[in-house]
Design a protein around this ligand. Structure first.
Ligand code: PMP
Length: 419
């Protein structure tokens, strides 16, 4: 849609918090002085402007560290989870490789999953081209990766395991602590893409056995274009090869003048999350249940995707049989949500995550991801239920397949004529 069209479009209710969240006004307030008053470069060591900016960054580093149970020295600021994932995965692979490129041996073995975000899959695919072996573990139908699955894939030359904490499309939660234990016992570096988890659910990098953790500010009511990365310093001290050369900021891991305003905002978002996530999670779990129950009880042939319980409290991914994906999105224009994932909805490919779980192409197309957030109200949930029930019912009225299904004809047994 063009910006011109967008200007005349009525404002829908927002149920796409897994794509991004609005900035919390308290975050914006904390950021504002750093645009104008405290505008200095935190790398400027000789004057007050530099020191003031540095103080803002230092506070943010403390706030981030506290949220994830880390030491401040273990926090590296990045531009977001995409950069963090690239740095974690490539940076660790290059530094811990077992055989040099061109030796004829695999440079090392990496384990990840097929339903990871592209910001993990694509760095892994690049490493594969560069001579690393990568095992992409197939997702089970419930979407939850277990320690046993990872253990079965470990080889003597495994150097890195990268498994996301919670999936961005279906919200499923993987066995992070147990996978971390398996890795720790074998001296394998464990990276976790925590983009959908951190700031929503309790995090402790030590108890959870994590070596590298990456996340983005804009998924937790902070600004876009800023993120953080945890790099373990003790037991073991994890090293990374930097991907960007320059001024040596962030202890050499990530050169470039710090995004001070963004970092201050991320810090504030972490502080608020510490105080409010438990309350938010409980409230959203109730609303999500209402949404899912409301839809699946009123619409037959609809199903929630992913594990029933091992899921984030605010993401619902539901497939509706006998409707066509594009038609469904058109029918519910009053609700801002995703079909599959925001990152793949630009193309008409069915979601690779849903396909990865074994959901068929048709159903994957006619699935909605509805993700709730800090300001989602019960009235909005009621509204969404009504609109989706109306939309799906209307589309089904026009569907000959749905008529046949209602008449008890087994559609899977029909032999279609191909012209
Ligand atoms: N990982 C996951 C699980 C995500 O959901 C996202 C955002 N969709 C990213 C990585 C990338 O984050 P960013 O676009 O902020 O770099």
């Amino acid at each position: 849609m063009s910006t011109k069209q967008a200007a005349h479009y009525p404002k829908p209710i927002y149920m796409d918090h897994a794509a991004t969240t609005p900035c919390d006004p308290r975050v914006v307030e904390a950021m504002l002085p750093y645009f104008t008053e405290h505008f200095g470069n935190p790398g400027s060591r000789n004057h007050k402007m530099g020191w003031d900016a540095e103080a803002g960054v230092d506070l943010a580093r403390e706030q981030v560290a506290k949220l994830i149970g880390a030491d401040e020295k273990e926090v590296i600021f990045t531009s977001g989870a995409t950069e963090g994932n690239n740095l974690a995965i490539k940076g660790a692979a290059y530094l811990y490789e077992k055989a040099p490129a061109g030796s004829g041996q695999p440079r090392g073995h990496i384990i990840t999953g097929t339903i990871e975000h592209k910001a993990v899959l694509d760095p892994c695919k690049r490493l594969q081209k560069e001579g690393f072996d990568v095992s992409f573990l197939q997702a089970p139908p419930d979407g939850v990766y277990t320690a046993a699955m990872v253990l079965a894939a470990i080889r003597p030359d495994t150097i890195l395991v990268s498994i996301m904490w919670a999936n961005n499309e279906i919200g499923t939660i993987n066995e992070i602590r147990e996978i971390g234990k398996v890795c720790k016992e074998r001296g394998i570096i464990f990276h976790v893409d925590g983009t959908q988890w951190v700031g929503k659910m309790p995090t402790d990098v030590n108890k959870d056995n994590i070596d590298l953790l990456t996340f983005s500010g804009h998924k937790m009511y902070g600004p876009k274009g800023v993120g953080a990365m945890y790099v373990r310093r003790r037991g073991p001290r994890v090293r990374l090869q930097a991907l960007q050369d320059g001024g040596g900021q962030e202890r050499g891991f990530r050169s470039g003048t710090l995004n001070v305003t963004g970092i201050v905002g991320l810090g504030k978002a972490c502080e608020i999350a510490m105080q409010e996530m438990e309350h938010d999670a409980m409230r959203l779990a109730k609303l999500r249940k209402k949404l899912e129950d409301g839809l699946t009880s009123r619409l037959d042939s609809s199903a929630v995707n992913g594990h029933k319980d091992k899921r984030l409290p605010h993401i619902a991914n539901i497939s509706f049989g006998f409707v066509e994906g594009e038609g469904l999105m058109m029918a519910i224009k009053e609700i801002a949500c995703s079909s599959g994932s925001a990152c793949t909805s630009a193309s008409l490919e069915p979601s690779y995550v849903l396909k990865g779980l074994g959901v068929g192409d048709e159903l994957a197309h006619s699935s909605l991801r509805l993700s709730l957030g800090r300001w989602t109200t019960e009235a909005e949930v009621d509204f969404a239920i009504e609109k989706i029930v109306q939309g799906v019912s209307k589309l089904r009225e026009m569907s000959p397949l749905y008529d046949m299904y209602k008449e008890g004809i087994d559609i899977s047994k029909i032999e279609w004529a191909h012209h």
